[in-house]
Design a protein around this ligand. Structure first.
Ligand code: FAD
Length: 415
């Protein structure tokens, strides 16, 4: 690899190539440009930050305000890696950084952190403008294909092969969900088998069979304020509260995403995966029994349930599981409302998932996030093998890891 030189011949200015103009690549470029390095960002897509913009469509959840010791636990098995990164660039540093663009953030009722207007576009626009002002160069429509026989980077650009050299390389290629936004995850085969984990859907929906009646009447409707339990592979029960959404094929929703890792891993061991939904988590079985055993009079079954606080969707779910005399068995109904069993058969395709697990293993990287097998090549963002729930943990983790990679480049070049 070649060194480029600044006008001062005694002081080399290193050139760093960043591949991937998502939030990870842009953050790495930002830190490196601040350190006075020449930075060129390459991306396969016509414009930068497409997944970041998509994230903004549903309200850009940048981070979460819970205390840091809890926050870092959301990275699960990757907590040891993320803890120091998030301590350096966590929710409060992220908010200050967003504020440096003149964009204020706020904490929502669930503790999640959003920009004031909930959008990604104004932040991305201001960020790209500032990066260009810092001298960062962008080369779009360049899909990276790996290394050529001389060790230079090889890209395809409008059907042509382009070769690029650099003193250091930061890969920020993203995961494998929503491939239409650029991150296709098809670069895994450029790495040794020992360096990678296959892609898996994370924060995803699951298939579950509904009756035609339930599907036709309720697909697209939310089940608000419910709880779900799942037995993990090691036997422990995970229980969370949130919201589900019935769909044609099964279920989506924040509550399911939060439990998607144990459900997905459970399905790998045995199919289907049984989960239990508490349809009325604020009431106990005896409280429900008391309500339901009240004199029904001439009311229809569904009106009687409605008076007890069981809406039409919940009542239809009950009907799917009850037959004949069971429809009048209020104890059975109360128990079913508190532990409604569902059989999830498979995760939705990774292309539909919010994020992905799999990618480059942490064991393939050194403490500077540099590939042990390729000195000078650093990896960050969703392309690494980790997962976290929705709630702002993804973007915070992506940005924090990118800063760590950029710092890793600086440490390495200094040596
Ligand atoms: C619908 C949706 C909503 C989301 N909402 C939120 C949210 O509210 N909060 C949150 O924290 N997270 C959210 N996320 C997740 C978050 O957007 C991602 O985790 C984040 O964008 C990952 O950043 P990244 O830079 O690592 O990868 P990406 O954003 O995927 O960027 C990778 C870049 O690399 C480029 N690239 C890939 N391969 C090549 C190649 N071979 N050559 C050249 N370029 C290449 C791609 O074109 C892309 O621009 C959401 C995701 C989705 C899909």
């Amino acid at each position: 690899m070649m060194h480029a030189h600044s006008t001062d011949p005694t002081r080399p200015t290193y050139k760093v190539v960043v591949i991937g103009a998502g939030p990870a690549g842009l953050m790495a470029a930002d830190v490196l440009a601040d350190a006075g390095l020449r930075v060129e960002v390459f991306d396969a897509m016509p414009s930068a930050g497409r997944k970041f913009l998509q994230a903004g469509r549903g309200g850009l959840n940048l981070s979460h305000s819970e205390p840091l010791p809890q926050f870092v636990q959301r990275y699960g098995a990757a907590e040891p890696q993320f803890a120091p990164w998030v301590q350096t660039f966590g929710p409060s540093q992220l908010r200050a950084w967003v504020a440096s663009f003149g964009i204020e953030t706020f904490i929502g009722s669930t503790g999640r952190i959003y920009p004031q207007d909930m959008k990604a576009a104004p932040l991305l626009r201001a960020w790209l403008h500032r990066l260009r002002e810092k001298g960062v160069l962008f080369a779009m429509h360049h899909r990276w294909q790996g290394w050529d026989e001389h060790g230079a980077l090889e890209f395809t650009h409008r059907q042509q092969k382009i070769h690029v050299e650099a003193d250091a390389l930061i890969l920020a290629l993203g995961g494998a969900s929503w491939p239409q936004l650029g991150s296709r995850g098809d670069w895994l085969n450029l790495f040794a088998e020992t360096e990678i984990e296959p892609w898996r859907a994370a924060n995803c929906g699951f298939d579950c069979e509904w009756s035609a009646l339930l599907r036709d009447k309720f697909a697209g409707q939310p089940l608000k304020s419910v709880a779900m339990s799942v037995r993990c592979a090691h036997g422990a029960i995970q229980h969370k509260r949130g919201e589900l959404m019935l769909t044609e094929y099964g279920l989506e929703g924040g509550l399911l995403y939060a439990l998607s890792a144990p459900i997905r891993d459970g399905l790998q061991a045995a199919k289907p995966c049984e989960v239990w939904v508490d349809l009325l988590p604020d009431l106990t079985v005896p409280q429900l029994q008391k309500r339901l055993q009240k004199n029904r009079g001439k009311q229809s079954w569904s009106t009687h349930l409605k008076r007890a606080g069981v809406d039409a969707l919940r009542a239809h779910l009950l009907r799917e599981r009850l037959e004949g005399a069971e429809l009048e068995n209020w104890t059975r109904i109360s128990e079913l409302l508190k532990a409604y069993p569902l059989h999830l058969t498979q995760p939705r395709p990774i292309a539909e998932a919010i994020s992905s697990a799999g990618g480059i293993r942490f064991s393939a990287l050194d403490e500077n996030t540099m590939l042990r097998s390729r000195p000078g090549v650093f990896c960050c963002g969703e392309m690494l093998d980790w997962e976290a729930p929705t709630g702002g943990y993804l973007l915070t983790g992506v940005l924090a890891s990118a800063r760590a990679s950029a710092q890793g480049v600086l440490n390495w070049l200094e040596k």
